[in-house]
Every structure is written in structure tokens, then in C-alpha cells.
Design a protein around this ligand. Sequence first.
Ligand SMILES: Nc1nc2c(ncn2[C@@H]2O[C@H](COP(=O)(O)OP(=O)(O)OP(=O)(O)O)[C@@H](O)[C@H]2O)c(=O)[nH]1
Ligand SMILES: [K+]
Ligand SMILES: [Mg+2]
Length: 494
Amino acid sequence: MVRFCIRSCSDRPSDLYRSTVFAVSSGHGVSGVAVIRVTGPETSEAVKLMTKSDNLPKPRYASLRKIYQPSTGDLVDKGLILWFPGPNSFTGEDLAEFQVHGGSAVVEGILTSLSEIDGLYPAMAGDFTRRAFENEKLDLTEVEGLADLIHAQTEAQRKQALRQMDGHLSQLYKIWSKTLLKSVADIEATIDFSEDVIEDGILTNVKNSVNKLAKEVRNHLEDGRRGEKLRSGVNVVIAGPPNVGKSSLLNLLCQRPAAIVSPLEGTTRDVVETAVNIGGYPVLFSDTAGIRQSIDPVEKEGIKRAKSKISAADFVLIVHDLSKYKHVDIDGLLESPLRMLNTNVDESTSADFDENIEYLMILNKADLITNNLAVQMKEAFNTKGVNACIISCETGDGIEDFINILSQKMKDICGDPVVGNPSITQARHRFHLREALNSLEIYLRMAHDGFEDHDLVLGAEELRIALRELGRITGNIGTEDILDVIFRDFCIGK
Ligand SMILES: Nc1nc2c(ncn2[C@@H]2O[C@H](COP(=O)(O)OP(=O)(O)OP(=O)(O)O)[C@@H](O)[C@H]2O)c(=O)[nH]1
Ligand SMILES: [K+]
Ligand SMILES: [Mg+2]
């Protein structure tokens, strides 16, 4: 039973799901406790060998056991063993957890011992979750939710991931699939039983049902990509003329000197990016080159990059230097802050920004003007209905209010992950939903023209295509090719 060699992943039989695999499931590095999981048909045998006992621990109860290296009989550690007989386990197979002391020698000892047992192999990334998927413990959106939960860095991301892992997204798609299936069945009954006369009542019902579903899918798709933004971070670009304090603002937001600050105009050229948690929402800030007319080819390239960043932004912070406006009237600023960014730029870098880009005006260097003028400025912006924050990166004045306004903005963009329908979180979902909607719309056009001219069989086929596309999102249908991509994102031991 015991084999005296250490195998690697590559020795593993091609019949992946018949083998038994093991891995450290807790994090790497020294810790108080390390969790080593084993799953597959040889799990019970492995537990018996490692504990030198034929008595398996009581299922789902922690039992303290001495753990031995089977090849030498040496004691490796004393730890808790949890035994989960399949199918009532995370993977749906027999599964055991060894909770041992988290030092590297102990962990190495357990891993060496396990690798010496016949039929046991080190797990590869995502093996445990993939087995759970293959054994229908989780569907694909739940698997993605689990991966997102492991990678969640902010509170809102965690809530969204947890909801998806709990099956909220798949429930929505299952309800839609059920509706569609009923429509397909109704049409098939019509085709089978009605010879020449097509039952108008049934087809009207199907049309209404498909119409309602198409509307729901459309609404679901038109969500401003909020779930995807929450999952991968909202792109917020810091832009404005040179020397207004853009880099100073970035550094203040991320609490470290991420970008170079200097009194020289044109300091920043490359885009400097940092991820920051703003009120529970993940934000990817990009500090950009100050926009002005320039003959320096390097600065010109920086300005070009700044402009393309602004065009692709989810939100823009347009920074200005308040001290510059002591005697200048601010009508130009108020008219179109985005257009302001287009002035004074030579032809090679000019780009017109979409006026729909959302932005917030940041008036920096408030410490350089009188309080009175700051109040007047604020009022002038309020009167015109333009959101503006008056701040000083030097003294920190106004920063707290600014962060509160920004947090609220991020919440508007990402939505509340626990309210309303769950969000689409991946481009993959969006693709299949669009395909499904396309087929529903083809059906509706055929139904609108009346089925005399069109074959009802073709109509039913469109609904079946929509059904298949929904199935691809949850992984019930034809998704082999994307499985590797999804599971590759997992760590070993998950
Ligand atoms: N008095 C005062 N000075 C500031 C404030 N914020 C930034 N500065 C100064 O303004 C100068 C320019 O700051 P930066 O952060 O480099 O400005 P920038 O907009 O990134 O400049 P470029 O990258 O060159 O476009 C530096 O000397 C900063 O110390 C502020 O609130 N008050
Ligand atoms: K500067
Ligand atoms: Mg800068």
C-alpha cells in the first residue's frame, strides 16, 4: 500500500477525477494552524495509514489524533482530523482535513507522508473546486463567486461575491430557463398536435412570455456594468492642467508617495496607478500628465496617454489650482470642465471627451486663498449645479468631505451589491446574455409577422438557442473550453 517515492503533479494519471489529491488549503508561510485537505477515493485509506488506525474519525467531528509518516512509522504531529464522507463534502467525494501545527517542517512532513501513499497526488490549482463543479456541488457562477470571494479586497466586493457564491445569479438564470423551457414545450405541443391549424391562444401566451423575458434580460444587461466595475475596480482618473496638485492628491488618497511631486510643471508623464479602498468600494486611481501645449515629445506622449485614460474612465477628478483664480472669473471653468482639458493642446494630442463622462471638480490649494474667496467659489459652483470640492493637499482641509462625496459616487456607480437583482460580474455572462437576447428578439420578430410566413420550428429553435446560452452561463451546457480558464484563477488547495 505504501509507495516509497514522492510523486509530482505531472505523474498524475490522466483520469483526473479518479485520483486522490492533497494540498495545503490554508495560506502559505508559517502560521498557528495549517489545513491540509485530501479528496478522492483513497482518502479513507490515507487517513487510516496516517493515524495507524482502522477507525475513521466520526464524520464531520473534529478528532484529535496522532499523525504518522506511513513509510517510517515516525510521529509527525498531533492534530485534528475532520472526515467528510462523500457526497456530503465540499467536493462531493470523500474528503479529509488535517489541521496541524503550521510550521514548515510539520507541513512538509504531512505532505511527504501523503505523497508516499499509493494513489495520492499533489493537487493542482483549483482541483478541489473543479471536483465540486464536476459533482454538481457548485455551478459555474457559484464557482466564479467563490473565486471572487477569495480575491475580494473590499467589503462591497465581498458582499457581491458571497451573494453570487450563494447562487443568487444562477437562481435568476434558472428561473429564466424554466420560463423558456415552458415556451419551447408549448410550441412543440402546437407543432405536434395541431396539424394545419395553429393554436392562437398558446402562441399568444408564448409571445407574451418571451416578450416579458426579453425585457428582463435587457434590463439586466443595461446596468451600467456595475457588477463588473465592483468586481475589478472603478477606474477613476485624476486629470487637469500641470502643477495643480494631481500627484499630491493621488499620494494623499493612497497614503504613500506613489507619484513624484515637484514644483516643476510637467513632472508626471507616465500614468501612475494605485488601487485604494474608498468606503468599501475598490477604486483604481490613475494620476496623469498635466494637460497643456508642449513641444517636448516625451511630455506630449504623456498628455496623449492622459487623454486616452480620461476617455476610458468611469469617473474623472478634474483638478484645478484655486490660487490661479484669484482675479480670474471662473465662467470658463464652469461652462464645461471637460472642454477645459481640451484647450491649449496641440493637434497631435487633441481629443474631444464624451460630455457624458462623469466628473467631480477638485479645487486644490485652498490654503493659498482667503476663506472668503473659497466660500464665494463654492457658491458660484453650487449656483451652476456643478459638484465641486474645495481642498488643500497641503493642509488636508476638505479631504474628508471629498472622500465622503467620492464614496457616495462609487456606491452610485457600483450599486448596492445586496439590493435588487444580483449583478452581472463577468464579460462572459454579458456575452451569453446578449446572444440569448438576440435569439429572443428574432423569435419576437417572427411572432410579430405571424407564423404563416415563418416556420414555427425555426421559431422554437431560436428559443432553444436562448436556452443554451443561459445554460452556458451556469455551466450546464457545452463549457469545456472555458473551464480551464476559470479554474486556472484558483490557488492550489482550493
Ligand atoms: N500650497 C499648496 N501647494 C500644493 C498643494 N498641493 C500641491 N501643492 C504643490 O504644488 C506643486 C505641484 O504639485 P504636484 O502634485 O506635482 O502637481 P501635479 O498636478 O501632479 O503636476 P504635474 O504632474 O507636473 O502636472 C508641488 O510643489 C506641491 O507641493 C496645496 O494644496 N497647497
Ligand atoms: K508638478
Ligand atoms: Mg503630477
